[in-house]
Design a protein around this ligand. Structure first.
Ligand code: ADP
Ligand code: TRP
Length: 329
């Protein structure tokens, strides 16, 4: 069976971008592949979280994974820092990762701009740690949103480079996976391109109905179309993209027609959108609350996941050490 790996950093609650960009694919893939879904707590250290928050944040994402329907009986769910083998692979990959290419990645340049006082080496080598996460299980498919494409290209490059350097085929080249033929990008409702934690424009799975309604009703719009069948400006397109993601096709078509004949009232669209988002998030929110209160269960699931993940990782590392030329330990 083919192997799948993906992770999310525990830097806040899961939002609709995370769900539709990544978690929704996890739910489908767990039925068809050998899946490893993890919580990338080492990656989150690039922004120096408080020690008191580390365990709590990982448990939060774990509860949210489970509430979304990721099933520990089907997929291996683990916390990155519980499986130390990845660090060894990270070191080997770093020996063949070049400063120039790491400095050129857009995510590094973005982060360096956003946190100029903390341009640390972990930030620079973020793509090698991500590649190690993936290659450690020899994954062939990686469900991620569009924003991760460059990191995925790097992972493929590092896999190829290692194979070529040592004349092996140990690492398959991992492909990004998306449920639709185009990678999903959930827009922000504040007029910005993307919903994201650092953009501060998220609707969280944990938001209560009132909060969701407020956020949706505040969505940026314009004065409305004046000529029939006109092209939608970006802020309006964003609303329609949202409808496309959470509402039925009938709802989408209804408002699309209204837009095309210039009779649309954005207030009505937003009300419908808010109701559809709430219908989606409410049951998940309830399950998150249930799972969050059972820390014993969460820790048990993480422990079992760590064991399964370590087993797979140790196998790969054994081969890697042999290929590089180390003696067996
Ligand atoms: P954030 O951008 O909020 O910090 P992360 O970087 O932790 O979120 O993303 C975790 C996963 O969710 C990644 O696979 C990423 O591609 C996906 N993701 C995040 N935001 C979006 C979005 N707006 N649309 C689609 N996918 C997204
Ligand atoms: N870079 C991803 C993000 O920011 C998180 C991540 C870390 C990841 N390691 C991974 C995703 C391995 C897929 C596979 O969201």
């Amino acid at each position: 069976m083919e192997t799948v790996v993906s992770g999310i950093r525990p830097t806040g609650n899961l939002h609709l971008g995370n769900y539709f960009g990544a978690v929704k694919s996890f739910l489908q893939m767990q039925n068809e592949y050998n899946c490893y879904f993890f919580i990338a707590d080492w990656h989150s250290l690039t922004t120096h979280p408080k020690p008191a928050d580390i365990v709590k944040s990982a448990r939060t994402i774990l509860a949210e994974y489970l509430a979304c329907g990721i099933d520990p009986e089907k997929a291996t769910i683990y916390i990155q820092s519980d499986v130390k083998e990845v660090l060894e692979l990270y070191l080997y990959l770093n020996m063949n990762a070049y400063l120039g290419e790491l400095e050129r990645t857009t995510s590094f340049k973005d982060k360096a701009r956003k946190q100029p006082d903390n341009v640390n080496a972990g930030l620079l080598t973020y793509p090698t740690l991500m590649a190690a996460d993936i290659l450690m299980h020899k994954a062939v498919k990686v469900p991620v949103g569009k924003d991760q494409e460059q990191n995925m290209e790097m992972a493929r490059k590092f896999a190829r480079r290692f194979n070529t350097m040592y004349g092996t085929e140990i690492f398959p080249e991992p492909a990004s996976f998306s449920l639709s033929d185009k990678a999903v990008k959930v827009p922000g409702l504040d007029g910005s391109g993307k919903m994201g934690k650092s953009e501060g424009n998220c609707i969280y799975l944990m938001d209560d109905a009132e909060t969701v309604r407020k956020k949706v009703m505040k969505a940026v719009t314009d004065a409305g179309p004046t000529t029939p069948n006109s092209e939608k400006p970006e802020v309006i397109q964003n609303l329609f993209t949202f409808l496309d993601i959470v509402s039925t096709k009938d709802t989408y078509d209804y408002f699309n027609e209204k837009y095309n004949d210039c009779s649309i009232r954005y207030g009505d669209l937003k009300k419908q959108l808010a109701a559809d988002v709430v219908a989606f998030t409410e049951p998940i929110r309830e399950r998150i609350l249930e799972f969050s209160s059972d820390t014993q269960l969460l820790d048990k699931i993480a422990k079992t996941g760590a064991e399964k993940s370590s087993e797979s990782a140790a196998k790969t590392l054994k081969e890697v050490r042999q290929i590089i030329g180390f003696r067996e330990i």
